[in-house]
Design a binder for this molecule. Structure first.
Ligand SMILES: Cc1cc2nc3c(=O)[nH]c(=O)nc-3n(C[C@H](O)[C@H](O)[C@H](O)COP(=O)(O)OP(=O)(O)OC[C@H]3O[C@@H](n4cnc5c(N)ncnc54)[C@H](O)[C@@H]3O)c2cc1C
Length: 235
């Protein structure tokens, strides 16, 4: 609508008019296309998520609150889930197929595949451009993965989404009009998201590489632990 308001039409037939539509609808955001033509691109890496629930019989009450989640990560074509022929919908067969795929890996690592719960979830990873930005659009903003989808190698996705929400609330509280609030919010989130996206992209190259990836990753985490919490936590 010319006023910057938007009419929302829900699947159940309800309609509403909103002053501000917040696109917090994740990687496959349908709100994103209202402000940006950027589309998520496959980043060349697919993970297979596996997990272990109730790993400790000695302390079942504590074990119940915890699970171990492991990502089997590999460079693969975008349609690898189908092309690989791995029967992800038949978990015990998928277990055998994955053990065959990684047959030359050490048994200590193969045990993750041997003993995990019978549920293998393949997830191709997608990313938006590292410096994804858009012009301020009245009445619509993006938040979280909808705004800055990146591979999980910076471990920042959830932090950014929560920080975005806080920044948006503050921008709305502190500005005189909504258009200015939206603009202020976007200028705040763009630089931090771009920094995390670049970090995520270079970490992906570092960790999922041929050669000495294991040693490089170990050194990376050692440095991370030694450096303490990030300094740029300003809201
Ligand atoms: C394998 C993997 C590992 C990760 N590991 C980490 C990690 O260790 N640390 C970290 O910080 N981040 C990690 N991330 C990233 C993190 O999960 C995301 O950055 C974060 O969940 C983004 O939050 P969000 O609220 O923007 O999106 P989401 O968590 O995707 O939430 C969006 C919500 O919108 C809903 N939705 C979508 N469309 C509609 C619609 N049309 N109508 C109604 N609802 C809709 C969805 O159902 C969903 O509930 C990981 C991601 C992946 C894929």
């Amino acid at each position: 609508m010319s006023s910057g308001q938007h009419t929302l039409i829900f699947d159940n037939g309800v309609t509403d008019i909103a002053d501000l539509v917040i696109g917090a609808d994740g990687a496959r955001s349908c709100i994103r296309s209202l402000v940006s033509s950027a589309m998520p691109q496959y980043c060349g890496v697919t993970i297979v998520e596996i997990q272990f629930i109730f790993v400790d019989d000695r302390h079942p009450e504590i074990a119940k609150l915890n699970q171990i989640r492991v990502y089997i990560t590999l460079r693969a074509p975008e349609n690898w889930i189908v092309e690989s022929g791995i029967a992800f919908d038949q978990p015990e067969q998928a277990r055998k197929d994955l053990l065959r795929l990684f047959a030359d890996w050490d048994n200590s690592l193969l045990n993750f595949i041997h003993f995990c719960d019978a549920n293998f979830i393949p997830r191709p990873l997608y990313t938006l451009p590292t410096n994804h930005r858009w012009e301020t659009h009245p009445g619509v903003i993006l938040l979280g993965d909808a705004a800055h989808l990146m591979s999980p190698f910076a471990g920042e996705g959830v932090n950014l989404a929560m920080l975005d929400a806080t920044k948006l609330a503050l921008a709305i509280t502190n500005a005189d009009d909504l258009k200015q609030a939206i603009h202020n919010y976007e200028q705040k989130i763009f630089p931090r998201a771009a920094k995390a996206a670049e970090e995520s992209s270079s970490n992906l190259d570092l960790f999922i590489s041929t050669g000495n990836a294991g040693k490089i990753a170990a050194e990376f985490f050692k440095k991370l632990m030694e450096s303490g919490p990030p300094k740029d936590t300003e809201i």
